[in-house]
Design a protein around this ligand. Structure first.
Ligand SMILES: [Zn+2]
Length: 279
């Protein structure tokens, strides 16, 4: 039986074990304490922030976060942000580049309207084989690759039509691989195929070049070979390679090892100040 797709973050986390939820509360309290007095300071940086989902009950929080960040710096498209990193553009400002991993449907339905209204550019890294798919909560892909714990709901991905709408709205569509495989577990040829196959599929569907790659899971060493895989992405024709290692980027940082800060759209200002004030 086909399950209805997940609409809210509450549904998404409904099955999270109690211990997991208790840990999240403890972590939030700790971050609240650590964030006291912290400011997002300095100049001359780009912070790449990224989300996985903006469900219906996260939309207000997402808009609130964008309003907060707009008071802290400028929003840039991925290409403009990379121009700073490559020293092709003035680097004395404070800049944010917003991204979304995985290509979940809620990014098109929840995030895009808010981004369009606030005129914030963003990059959407999609998994080409999962486009248009929907997985039950207990499906192995939903469970293992996406930590999906919803109850009686499905994990729904964007369609190519959604991707074309993103591109038409001025957003960047990048590759998050073909199958969301852990690149560190693949041999060289398999890792390269994840990059080239997804690039071709996206370019065929969108009729424009797909220039940016983002590693699934994204932790250096654990999820990709930080020497081999960025250079494979270059070989596949990409202009950048994004990781999930946290931190700021500046002029002269490596566009083939982009650091990014993962955010949840329902987080408060203290979590943003805590994570985005760290080097
Ligand atoms: Zn991912």
């Amino acid at each position: 039986m086909k399950q209805p797709s997940t609409r809210t973050y509450a549904e998404f986390t409904a099955r999270a074990p109690l211990a997991h939820r208790a840990r999240a509360i403890a972590r939030d309290l700790a971050i609240r304490a650590l964030a006291v007095g912290r400011r997002i300071g300095g100049r001359g940086w780009v912070r790449f922030v990224f989300y996985h989902h903006v469900f219906a009950d996260e939309r207000a929080g997402f808009a609130r976060q964008l309003r907060f960040l707009s008071g802290q710096g400028e929003f840039l498209s991925l290409d403009d942000a990379l121009a700073i990193v490559r020293r092709e553009r003035s680097a004395d400002g404070r800049n944010f580049c917003v991204g979304f991993d995985d290509g979940l449907k809620s990014c098109a339905t929840g995030a895009l309207p808010v981004l369009a209204e606030m005129r914030v550019p963003a990059v959407f890294y999609v998994v080409s084989d999962l486009i248009g798919h929907s997985f039950a909560a207990d499906d192995a892909i939903a469970r293992d690759a996406f930590g999906f714990q919803g109850r009686d709901t499905a994990l729904e991905f964007m369609t190519w039509e959604d991707c074309r709408a993103l591109a038409a709205a001025g957003m960047t569509v990048g590759s998050h691989s073909r199958s969301h495989a852990n690149l560190a577990l693949l041999d060289r040829a398999q890792a390269l195929a994840e990059m080239t196959d997804s690039k071709q599929a996206i370019e065929r569907a969108l009729g424009r070049e797909c220039r940016h790659f983002c590693a699934p899971y994204g932790q250096p060493v654990r999820h990709f070979d930080p020497v081999r895989d960025p250079s494979l992405a270059r070989e596949a024709g990409y202009a950048s390679f994004a990781s999930s290692a946290r931190g700021a980027m500046t002029a002269g940082s490596d566009p083939f090892l982009i650091k990014r800060d993962h955010l949840l759209a329902n987080w408060g200002e203290h979590q943003l100040r805590y994570f985005l004030s760290r080097g």
